[in-house]
Ligand binder design. Structure first.
Ligand code: DSN
Length: 412
């Protein structure tokens, strides 16, 4: 390995050092974030960043690719083995780029796609008018049922029958319930649509056996590697052998140039970590911690969208307690609890205010918090949000958060 040198650019390195300290000091409740292992992080700081490797292993446009071929083959094979898929592509730079590749492979510009509405928990790349998906494809949306706040498969079927999409897309970034991929696949078959799943949020839960896998049901499954999967920031696609040619060509040369080989190495390491029994135990703890956190908040009088959670995430309706999501986010940030404001289904507030906050347990579980700490955490959140602006409450909670953060270091 190259020995680390003394870093000369103190402006940048001191910001990096401060970010490390922030992560250690604050409890991370943003549902899409996690703390990757040292080995994953180390791989991203290697000489692989120097290498151009346009193409795929064995078929590159540059010489000198023998070692990066090994790395990319490891990543692809580990992804196939972890998720039980026929094929994999490890090159997408992000989840959105994975979705761009999948849509380019599965349909043509202006084709109809039916996906989950962003307002009800979907994702920007599932048809937002300013995103490539909404610009180039004719997106239609299903949401959650107004009374259950869950995806209603009868409503999805009715919509699919009337829209007749080329692609049916399942997956969400703010949905706390188990998604019935088998039922989605049946609807896709009935209306003669291809079935695509974006499992970015739940990829780690799927790998750890805490959520049913979409892989046996879908043509193409996209994901990110940095959320519950706890790898480097990036995207990944697994698919059937019938789609790999189109997927590969949609990623390169379709939507990307040279792959980020240092990140692909880190993906390979993370996929290996995710195949270990400890990872399955970690995912079980993630789900249990989310359940305890949601139950504590309900006991303290907060409404959780759909009444609770089956996975790592929950939406707390703070609007019904007279506070906006934006104010709740700020109040919690002031006591070193980091989360994000989020629309709740049928929200009457605009997105920059919102009536909800989204909380996730992937990152705090990585640093070792268990159900006892999650019960305390629920209490702190309730204390802060029911006493907005009360300095003595904020000071007490901030002190208790610091004590727990010190007791559960991330990288020490
Ligand atoms: N921004 C991610 C999230 O927070 O869910 C999705 O890409």
């Amino acid at each position: 390995m190259i020995e680390p040198e003394v870093h000369r650019d103190q402006e940048v390195w001191s910001a990096i050092q401060s970010e490390l300290q922030r992560q250690e000091d604050q409890l991370e409740l943003i549902a899409s974030e996690n703390h990757a292992s040292r080995e994953v992080i180390d791989a991203m700081g290697t000489v692989l960043t120097n290498k151009y490797a346009e193409g795929y292993p064995g078929r590159r446009y540059y010489g000198g690719c023998e070692h990066v071929d090994t790395v990319e083959d490891l990543a692809r094979n580990r992804a196939r083995s972890l998720f039980g898929s026929e094929r994999a592509n490890a090159q997408p730079h992000s989840g959105t780029q994975a979705n761009m590749g999948a849509l380019m492979a599965l349909c043509s510009p202006r084709d109809k796609v039916l996906g989950m509405s962003l307002d009800h928990g979907g994702h920007l790349s599932h048809g937002h008018p300013k995103n490539f998906s909404g610009v180039f494809y004719d997106f239609h949306s299903y949401g959650v049922n107004k009374s259950t706040e869950r995806i209603d498969m009868d409503e999805v079927r009715d919509l699919a029958r009337s829209v007749r999409p080329r692609v049916l897309l399942a997956g969400a970034s703010a949905y706390s319930r188990t998604i019935d991929f088998a039922a989605f696949a049946e609807i896709a078959r009935e209306v003669d649509a291809h079935f695509m799943v974006d499992m970015a949020h739940i990829a780690g839960l799927v790998a750890g056996g805490q959520h049913p896998s979409p892989v046996p049901h879908a043509d193409v499954v996209t994901m990110t590697t940095h959320k519950t999967l706890r790898g480097p920031r990036g995207g990944l696609i697994v698919c059937t052998k019938d789609w790999i040619k189109q997927i590969n060509s949609a990623i390169f040369p379709g939507g990307q140039g040279g792959p980020l080989m240092h990140v692909i190495a880190a993906k390979a390491i993370a996929l290996q970590e995710a195949s270990q029994p400890e990872f399955a135990a970690y995912q079980a703890n993630v789900v249990e911690n989310a359940r305890v956190l949601a139950e504590t908040l309900v006991e303290r009088g907060f409404r959780i969208v759909s009444g609770g959670t089956d996975n790592h995430v929950m939406l707390v309706d703070v609007g019904s307690r007279g506070i906006t999501g934006a104010d709740a986010e700020d109040a919690l940030h002031a006591v070193d609890l980091t989360c994000n404001k989020n629309l709740i289904p049928y929200d009457e507030r605009p997105p920059m205010q919102a009536s909800g906050i989204r909380l996730g347990t992937a990152a705090i579980t990585t640093r070792g918090l268990g159900s006892a700490e999650c019960a305390r955490l629920g209490g702190w959140i309730a204390d802060v949000l029911t006493n907005p602006g009360v300095a003595s409450v904020a000071a007490r909670v901030r002190g208790e958060v610091a004590e727990v953060a010190r007791a559960f270091p991330i990288y020490a």
